[in-house]
Design a binder for this molecule. Structure first.
Ligand code: UGY
Ligand code: MN
Length: 252
């Protein structure tokens, strides 16, 4: 990961708009949550923006302990660096880099780090249906096939959670070879939270175009026109959350 953070300068790529946000690492301001020990968190996206979810970057030293902040939230955790032991009442997983865990709402999960670790988290209130809510699950990026997106083998998509209607969100990883792009300027009612894992590119967000790189976070509100082109000499990768499997909200 390239997360160079210039200090003591006004130069900064971060941008706040009503329908999107780019947060670059140079803007990170960590916070300590009550009950989370030996770790600090940067909230990159949250409902304060108008988003329906939160996206956190958690820097853990050895022996960090984390528990749910809100009972209504389901949580997706991926280990970006280091190791974490993630336990639920029914299972325990020892997670390495690129392992991830889905933790349902109302589940008394615990995370412990035996060594320093960096965790990426998405948290969102779960939207119930008549179906039973999903159980916790654990997997690793290395087990997930990277499939050509709409036939383009320069744009490979990994779908990390089952695409079944119990889940009200999808979490995917997109990898683009240099020069590859999203096939269209997308517009959809589902919002996104995104974190750049590797490489660089240009993100079109609405009518603005941003150079982006590893360590950047992006929020895209519903209906935001969006497009990406990978630049640089190496592949770019991002992980993103997307609302899924639920109808748009009804008009009141
Ligand atoms: O799944 C998506 O909507 C995805 N193609 N969007 C994006 O990468 N901005
Ligand atoms: Mn999209």
């Amino acid at each position: 990961m390239n997360t160079t953070t210039p200090q003591n300068t006004a130069i900064c790529r971060t941008h706040l708009a009503a329908d999107h946000v780019l947060m670059a690492p140079e803007s990170h301001v960590p916070i300590i949550f009550p009950g989370w020990n030996n770790c600090s968190s940067v909230v990159m996206i949250s409902p304060e923006l108008g988003a329906k979810f939160s996206q956190l970057l958690v820097t853990c030293s050895v022996d960090a302990h984390l528990t749910p902040l809100r009972d209504t939230d389901q949580t997706f955790v991926m280990v970006l660096e280091g190791q974490a032991t993630i336990s639920t009442p029914t299972g325990q997983w020892s997670c390495q880099q690129d392992d991830y865990v889905y933790l349902p709402a109302a589940n008394s999960w615990r995370i412990h780090t035996p060594a320093a670790a960096t965790l990426l988290m998405f948290c969102k209130p779960y939207s119930h249906t008549a179906l039973p809510a999903p159980d916790a699950l654990h997997n690793s990026l290395s087990n997930i096939p990277a499939l050509p997106f709409l036939g383009d083998d320069g744009a490979l998509l990994q779908t990390l959670l089952p695409d079944t209607s119990e889940f009200d969100w999808g979490i995917n990883v997109f990898e683009f070879v240099p020069g590859a792009t999203l096939p269209q300027v997308e517009m959809h009612f589902m919002e996104h939270g995104l974190y750049m894992l590797d490489g660089e590119g240009i993100y079109r967000l609405g009518e603005q175009w941003y150079p982006v790189q590893a360590g950047d976070a992006i929020w895209m509100a519903p209906y935001l026109p969006q497009w990406f082109a990978a630049t640089g000499k190496h592949s770019s990768r991002y992980i993103y959350y997307k609302e899924m499997n639920r109808a748009p909200i009804t008009a009141s």
